[in-house]
Write a protein that binds this ligand. Sequence first.
Ligand SMILES: Nc1ncnc2c1ncn2[C@@H]1O[C@H](COP(=O)(O)OP(=O)(O)OP(=O)(O)O)[C@@H](O)[C@H]1O
Length: 447
Amino acid sequence: MDATGSRRLGCVIWFGQPEAQECSGLTEAGWNVRVAGGDVCVKVREGGGMVALADLRQGDAHLLQAMQQLMTDCPSVPWIALIPLDMPARRPQVKRILQGCRDFFSAPLDLPRLLVALEQAAGIPSRGAEVATDLPELVGRSAPVAAVVASLRKYAPIDLPVLITGETGVGKEVAARVLHRLSIRAMQPFVAINCGALPPNLVQSELFGHERGAFTGATARRIGHIESAAGGTILLDEVGDLPLDAQINLLRFLQEGVLQRVGNSRSVEVDVRVMAATHLDLEHAVAAGRFREDLYYRLNVLRLQIPPLRERGDDVDLLAHRFLERFRARQVCAASGFESVALRAMHRYPWPGNVRELRNRVQRAAVMAEGPLISATDLALPGDTEERDLPAVTSLGVFRASAEREVIAACLRECRFNISECARRLQVSRVTMYRLCKKYQLELRAP
Ligand SMILES: Nc1ncnc2c1ncn2[C@@H]1O[C@H](COP(=O)(O)OP(=O)(O)OP(=O)(O)O)[C@@H](O)[C@H]1O
């Protein structure tokens, strides 16, 4: 505390030009702000609540040099970056600075979150204020989700491929969209394609495009999905399902940044950030020769592992309430909450279909519920609608598999064994449907 009784926190060295309200916001919160320009020599005492802020909104070369100098001279000073949406992150100097930063902020600056980040960077014990999340699409407060959010913030501004792994329905596409939104490519397209759903004979043309007359039925030139994401991000979902010939071309694209449309030998340069997602064990697919090792290493530069829902503790309640709220906002429905027995049943259930299954069950239960509270029966959780202990002999893996089998079998019956319809309802690809039916030895037609 200073003589006036206000809290004194430490010093922010602002490399760049803070706006007046940014400066006053920090000063009022108790920070001493020192503005450093390219020609300003900054004397830095390491430790003692010193945090450096790399304001990349101006991108001045002298400033970048001064930032790098401080990073080299005082490696223990923590850095936070403030990035504009159109920042040229490919510049090696900018890339090096971003790699040295522990947190990132994009314009417009979220001042309350910056204040929390500054205190964390300076090692100042938090005043207990909850960090206001700026990721509305990613609901969750559990420690595993907090770790994912921390990685998302680190990876977003780094213009490198990201491999997103996790079980089906955990939110891999949600994470990819957040990465894109927080990146310098946010104003450019985000294209998500499900590699497992592409017809095998058209994979190359779907990804890379084709010229008129390249094959029977190619009546006009068509731009592929990769080119349609130019300047932005492409998410290759279910990348493990890509046929080997398409893997070779994708590898070439990742190595050289060029592609060839089917039926044309000319190389086209395309600037796209590639993200890949898979629920498969890609390392296993590489060992089995189903996935190219060189492509695996090209994709697996930054790795994001999304945890299954059953490991997220109370996030189940939070998500269930959020899905119910969203449903009520769109539809007339009697239910506005959950019975405590239903909440406990949701905690016991292993959620083989993860967040997607939770959303679908909550929506269905909201339709079924006749009173103000959703009951365990409304949720129709397979094998676990009653309050009871799990049999001691059942391992979680066995229980999870049996629940997954039951959900798929019931859906197959409801869809009269129409695989496409069933895949649509369970929101997985047809390839995944066939794989799961084979795994659980389920008949593909009515007995
Ligand atoms: N943390 C979250 N907060 C809110 N909604 C979420 C969250 N995670 C996932 N969802 C929702 O769950 C559904 C499934 O998410 P998503 O499609 O991203 O999963 P996925 O892991 O990519 O699935 P798949 O492996 O089948 O491709 C979507 O409706 C998504 O909006």
